[in-house]
Design a protein around this ligand. Structure first.
Ligand SMILES: NC(=O)c1ccc[n+]([C@@H]2O[C@H](COP(=O)([O-])OP(=O)(O)OC[C@H]3O[C@@H](n4cnc5c(N)ncnc54)[C@H](O)[C@@H]3O)[C@@H](O)[C@H]2O)c1
Length: 347
């Protein structure tokens, strides 16, 4: 394929963990992507994912991978504590970037990346997955056409079985890692209202440690916007392991407005199985494997960003906006600070 709008883009994958493996599976199935190289900090993952998807160039040095002239775009799927350096290296090298959420653990790092990408004129898109789920994207369309009127309150829940927390709560809290999803999505929705005053003026967070892990089990955050809207989001990796949400999450969002409401309930995802162990709800929403391909929101997301980069086009509807991702991060960090100090934070 040779014309500018319909060609194969050479990509590098930076990160080969749980999500990097899925990115590799999705990207190697796309007709307009050639996944030419891969970085991982650890040889074991590097060769596991490299062998599985037949990726020729491999390195434990991300600079070598990113500065390869053959590479045009990079997907940064390392843990967020290691997003900053490869993203900055890619910007310096003039490569387009998609990067997993949260953009970085520090707001200052987010701002530096955004400014550098703007200066260099490269795409920096943050992979917040919710806008690629049809429920959330259709909700945005309804909000945009005025179905709910002025938004006055919002509630969201993102809850996963306790066994998820056994590992992830050693280094991350659901406030920082999960509330950021619903908040970023809610901030995205509000961009499509005629309502003004969509800056948060007050944040109150509450967290509770139950199991004695380094990060808390219970996480609630309340955000008050300048226009008076109140949003309360909760997240945990702490619901019973016997709950049906074994391979997915209990994800809900409720938005109330002056004229109507939006209610998203992805708890059972429309598919319930009852076997000898009881009820379970397999993932059909986020990254289900169907006929050997990873589909759902993650598949749609990567395909969409790969198309945008191939065509040299900006994502529609501000999807992937790094400034919104940075703002969502700033707010969840404020919620954690509020919880730690037991004080309301004025923004
Ligand atoms: N959108 C979602 O729903 C969702 C779900 C899971 C993960 N994620 C995001 O994906 C990203 C990766 O998560 P994961 O679950 O694959 O993590 P993981 O721990 O399985 O893999 C992490 C990767 O980071 C790399 N890494 C570790 N230490 C490093 C270092 N010192 N320098 C450079 N790289 C290093 C590892 O080599 C590995 O490739 C995170 O940003 C996470 O938040 C998003």
């Amino acid at each position: 394929m040779s014309d500018e709008k319909n060609r194969v883009v050479n990509w590098a994958l930076i990160g080969a963990g749980f999500f990097g493996d899925m990115y590799a599976q999705i990207m190697t199935a796309l007709p307009n992507v050639d996944l030419v190289s891969i970085f991982s900090a650890h040889d074991e993952n590097l060769n596991k994912v490299g062998d599985k998807f037949n990726i020729k160039k491999r390195s434990t040095d991300f600079r070598e991978i990113i500065n390869d002239d053959e590479v045009e775009a990079v997907a940064v799927i390392t843990t967020e504590h290691h997003h900053f350096e490869p993203v900055m290296e890619a910007i310096k090298a003039g490569k387009h970037i998609i990067v997993e959420k949260p953009l970085a653990p520090k707001v200052s790092e987010c701002k530096e990346m955004i400014e550098a990408a703007e200066k260099a004129g490269v795409t920096l898109a943050v992979c917040h997955i919710l806008p690629f789920n049809n429920h959330y994207s259709k909700a945005k369309d309804e909000i945009e056409r005025g179905a709910v009127g002025d938004i006055v309150s919002a509630y969201a829940r993102r809850a996963a079985p306790a066994k998820w927390g056994d590992t992830i709560q050693q280094h991350s809290s659901a406030m920082y890692d999960e509330v950021v999803h619903d908040l970023e999505c809610f901030l995205w929705f509000t961009e499509f209202t005629k309502q003004k005053g969509w800056k948060v003026k007050r944040v109150y967070g509450q967290q509770l440690d139950v199991r004695g892990y380094p990060k808390p089990d219970v996480n609630w955050a309340s955000f008050t916007f300048e226009n008076g809207c109140v949003a309360v989001f909760e997240a945990s990796w702490f619901i019973p392991n016997s709950s049906p949400y074994i391979s997915s999450m209990d994800s809900q969002m409720m938005i109330h407005g002056t004229k109507g409401m939006v209610y998203i309930d992805l708890g059972d995802q429309g598919l319930k199985i009852n076997d000898e162990k009881g009820w379970r709800t397999p993932d059909v929403t986020w990254w289900p494997e169907v006929r050997g391909n990873i589909e759902g929101a993650l598949g749609t997301e990567i395909r969409y960003f790969a198309d945008c980069i191939m065509r040299g086009e900006k994502p529609v509807d501000n999807i992937g906006d790094p400034k919104r991702a940075a703002y969502a991060l700033e707010l969840v960090l404020a919620a954690e600070k509020s919880a730690a100090s037991n004080k309301i934070i004025e923004m």
